[in-house]
Design a protein around this ligand. Structure first.
Ligand SMILES: [Zn+2]
Length: 346
């Protein structure tokens, strides 16, 4: 049986996985190229730009969530927020979208349901990820009447998905409140830094933690394993790599803690660790003083201030995203884990 191109796109749009609005948004971003008969699409200045504009237009009119998980955001939402708070340039925004924003959407666009073979590369093909996408003849053969119809369907689909996600995010009011809160928070950040490779910091940190993992307080070997360097207050909330917030730990412990918030007892430990550095090493001492303050008291107050700021951001519907769901969770008290490590190290 032969299907028209219209029918195929219709099926593709209606039978997505629906975990986000990526698919209908991507199709809408192709409209411009259809109208200009442009088949060779530059990655950043055509594709990323057009895609981001679809979201910008929506968000400026009526902001709604673009995926179903309450404590998550799509890359597009995050980029929009950073642009809106004037923390990144448009070029940077296009770069982030081009690098991370398409996730699986380009790969999955042609699938409907679980079938990802039948129409693989049917309307477009990624020639070189990060460089070029080619829209094919099949795409341009859709009649303009049918095309307008499909664009409208894509918009309706996106609106329907947003409505569903909003219910999952509880209420309109909660979503708006969280967004306003996030905006004020982002605006309050003096400057943001890109996430960087922290491997060099590892060798410095481990001795200053007396060769102990920050999270479980057990022996951490530089010679026998490759410790992880972690942002205690998660990077996605602080958007910096300042030294006072970096700790070394076992990869396992780091993975457990992930992007959650630690209880205040860990902030006490972080304070003492930082004071270890201030009391000893010249290079990092200055950096910690610069960011947290000249006196011990100031540094303590500033650390608690930073902690509460992030905690506020990680609070949804009065629930904090605690590590292991528990404010008092402390890997240092976990007997099971301790014994495992004792075995490993003896
Ligand atoms: Zn550990």
């Amino acid at each position: 049986m032969k299907f028209s191109n219209y029918e195929i796109i219709n099926a593709i749009l209606l039978h997505g996985l629906n975990s986000g609005t990526h698919k209908p948004a991507l199709f809408q971003s192709f409209e411009k190229f259809y109208k200009n008969s442009k088949s060779s699409i530059d990655w950043y200045y055509d594709l990323s730009d057009s895609y981001l504009r679809i979201y910008e237009k929506r968000f400026q009119k009526d902001r709604k969530p673009q995926q179903g998980f309450i404590h998550r955001q799509t890359v597009q939402e995050r980029v929009f927020d950073l642009l809106d708070a004037e923390k990144i340039s448009r070029d940077e925004a296009l770069h982030i979208i081009g690098k991370d924003g398409f996730n699986d959407v380009l790969k999955r666009f042609h699938s409907f349901g679980t079938d990802n073979r039948t129409f693989k590369n049917y309307f477009f093909e990624v020639v070189d990820f990060g460089k070029k996408l080619i829209l094919k003849d099949t795409f341009f053969k859709i009649s303009s009447l049918e095309f307008d119809e499909l664009i409208l369907q894509a918009k309706i689909k996106q609106t329907t998905l947003e409505g569903n996600y909003l219910i999952k995010h509880n209420t309109d009011e909660d979503f708006r409140f969280t967004n306003d809160k996030r905006k004020i928070y982002l605006q309050s950040l003096k400057h943001i830094e890109k996430r960087v490779d922290l491997t060099k910091q590892r060798e410095f940190l481990v001795p200053y933690q007396s060769n102990k993992c920050f999270y479980c307080n057990q022996f951490l070997s530089l010679s026998r394993e490759t410790p992880a360097v972690d942002h205690v207050l998660p990077y996605k909330w602080v958007l910096h790599n300042q030294e006072w917030n970096l700790v070394a730990g076992h990869k396992y412990c780091n993975d457990q803690k992930n992007e959650f918030l630690v209880g205040p007892h860990y902030i006490d430990a972080l304070f003492y660790r930082n004071e270890n550095i201030v009391g000893n090493r010249y290079l990092w001492k200055d950096k910690i003083i610069k960011h947290l303050g000249f006196s011990k008291l100031k540094r303590k107050k500033q650390l608690i201030f930073e902690y509460n700021k992030v905690k506020n951001q990680m609070t949804y519907n009065n629930k904090v995203l605690w590590w292991n769901g528990d404010k008092n969770y402390d890997l240092r008290n976990d007997p099971e884990y301790k014994s495992l490590l004792t075995i490993l190290n003896n």
